[in-house]
Design a protein around this ligand. Structure first.
Ligand code: NAD
Ligand code: TYD
Length: 340
């Protein structure tokens, strides 16, 4: 079985490649990644010499290269992670998001249609459903209502992928998961950013009142869910994936400080993110009923292992924040407006 993983040098993609190589030793995994600021081959250290694994540097928007790869490696299944993935960056500028998340997906779909793959798994997000009030959760039937430029490009790509299934019979399956956390997450997202800042005794920039709620899914639970959908999911269907751990941001930030033995005075309230979604919660009943999948991590175990990972892997993130990404990091986190 030849599996093309796009975005395999990113956070979830690299965890998924490790997971797949362990669980499917007969598969050949081709990692197709452009290596943007978020792509890092160090995430895959130790497996690059494994004959089961191939790395192809490339852009999903490069039609000829995508098609060449699919043909050359006789791809059976495609798991599509590659994306611009950070909401804050999409607010600073959406062009890259439209290009990679929408145009790139359309190029992959066309190439997959041309060679005739067995599976095209589109990895999406619960953010396409929009924002919830104090109660309720997203089901697969919830209408799409994306609020950020990031989620709008993901929702557009989802609709295009499902249209290729309906129109051309391309074997597309879609997954929509909640916020992932775990090892190898780029320190721009909430959990790793707060861990890294706390370790440096730098301010922890909390948006608004800190009471926005996210559901947290350990990345390895996400990997097992994708694996279950890839092998047992029904073509044309959408599967929601959640961790069953809804938490306000402030609770997480406080937990991180407590764990690292740092003072709460590091918490700094900054101007709210424009259009900030208030609450996400996801109903994963369908994947649990139909495919028997369950998340295995408690949040307490997941967060404490994640904090330990960042403490023990300082060289990994130090290179990210002090090397070629410094300028980017300063743009994102240097100029936050403090409000109280
Ligand atoms: P990430 O930003 O860590 O990694 C993205 C990867 O895609 C990087 O390796 C990057 O180099 C690659 N990439 C970007 N543009 C590319 C292009 N044009 N061509 C080829 N490769 C390109 O992202 P992540 O957090 O691992 O997210 C992976 C997927 O999961 C995304 O589709 C994202 O929308 C989705 N998702 C993520 C979360 C989360 O909490 N991180 C939640 C829901 C859904
Ligand atoms: P993030 O990790 O960017 O994921 P998403 O926006 O896709 O949910 O943010 C998670 C939550 O944390 C979100 O409510 C915004 C908030 N947040 C902060 O308060 N401060 C920060 O510096 C970041 C990055 C996020």
């Amino acid at each position: 079985m030849n599996v093309l993983v796009t975005g395999g040098a990113g956070f979830i993609g690299s965890n998924f490649i490790r997971y797949s190589m362990e669980n499917h030793p007969a598969y050949r995994i081709i990692n197709y990644d452009k290596l943007t600021y978020a792509g890092n081959l160090e995430n895959l250290a130790g497996i690059e010499k494994n004959p089961q694994y191939v790395f192809e540097k490339g852009d999903i928007c490069d039609k000829h290269n995508v098609l060449r790869c699919l043909k050359e490696y006789r791809i059976d299944m495609l798991v599509h992670f590659a994306a611009e993935s950070h909401v804050d960056r999409s607010i600073l500028g959406s062009a890259e998001f439209v290009q990679t998340n929408f145009v790139g997906t359309s190029i992959l779909l066309d190439a997959a249609k041309e060679i005739g793959v067995n599976r095209f798994l589109q990895v999406s997000t619960d953010e396409v459903y929009g924002s919830l009030g104090d109660s309720g959760s997203f089901t697969e039937a919830t209408p799409l209502h994306p609020n950020s430029p990031y989620s709008a490009t993901k929702a557009s790509a989802d609709m295009l992928a499902l249209a290729y299934q309906h129109t051309f019979g391309l074997p597309v399956i879609l997954t929509r998961c909640s916020n992932n956390y775990g090892p190898y997450q780029f320190p721009e997202k909430l959990i790793p950013l707060m861990i890294v800042n706390a370790m440096h005794d730098k301010p922890l920039p909390v948006y608004g009142d800190g009471m926005n709620v996210r559901d947290w899914l350990h990345v390895l639970d996400h990997c097992s869910a994708i694996d279950a959908v890839l092998h047992g999911g029904t073509i044309g269907e959408v599967y929601n994936i959640g961790g069953n751990h809804e938490k306000p941001n402030l609770e997480i930030v406080r937990l991180i400080l407590k764990n690292l033995n740092k003072p709460e005075s590091l918490i700094t309230y900054v101007k709210d993110r424009p259009g900030h979604d208030r609450r996400y919660a996801i109903d994963s009943g369908k994947i649990q009923r139909e495919l028997g999948w369950q998340p295995s991590y408690s949040f307490e175990r997941g967060i404490s292992e994640t904090i330990k990972w960042y403490v023990n892997n300082q060289s990994w993130w130090t290179r990210i924040i002090s090397g070629k990404y410094q300028e980017y990091y300063n743009v994102m986190y240097g100029g936050r407006e403090v409000v109280k």
